[in-house]
Design a protein around this ligand. Structure first.
Ligand code: ZN
Length: 146
């Protein structure tokens, strides 16, 4: 095969641009992994509940609301009340974790694309050995079409 026609060269050029672009995206995506900032694998939401004390306002339907962060660990759901004043910080850590997961999923997809492009480029460049000529005859007789 090899890259011979003008069309081949244009196609190869497009593939090369794709590969460089994808590699650039990889460079951007790993940035979130370079940080040492803490992350929390969980989700933040408002939990409303009754405390159970008779005569409390919650008995009349005015439930107690607390912000909590929940996480699934070893199949169990862990619920932790977020102390007042810590909501923003916890949400930030949760967002960082989600960002890592998003970046990771995107990296998997980009690597798939890169492999497709690289395989295609390799295929275009590959010159198969000709079946002509004697086999195992020392190489220089093996039918180069130069
Ligand atoms: Zn109550």
């Amino acid at each position: 095969m090899g890259i011979q026609t003008k069309g081949d060269r244009q196609k190869f050029s497009r593939l090369r641009q794709s590969l460089v672009r994808l590699a650039g995206e990889v460079g951007e995506l790993i940035e979130s992994f370079l940080s040492h900032q803490p992350v929390v694998k969980g989700s933040v939401y408002e939990l409303k509940r009754k405390c159970g004390k008779p005569g409390c306002k919650c008995a009349q339907g005015e439930l107690h609301a607390r912000m909590v962060v929940s996480a699934s660990e070893k199949g169990r759901t862990i619920l932790q009340v977020i102390p007042h004043g810590f909501l923003v910080e916890v949400e930030r850590k949760v967002r960082r974790y989600q960002e890592l997961r998003r970046a990771r999923a995107k990296l998997v997809e980009i690597h798939r694309q890169m492999l497709r492009v690289m395989d295609e480029m390799e295929g275009m460049r590959r010159e198969d050995l000709s079946g002509k000529g004697k086999r195992r005859s020392g190489g220089h007789e093996a039918g180069w079409s130069l």
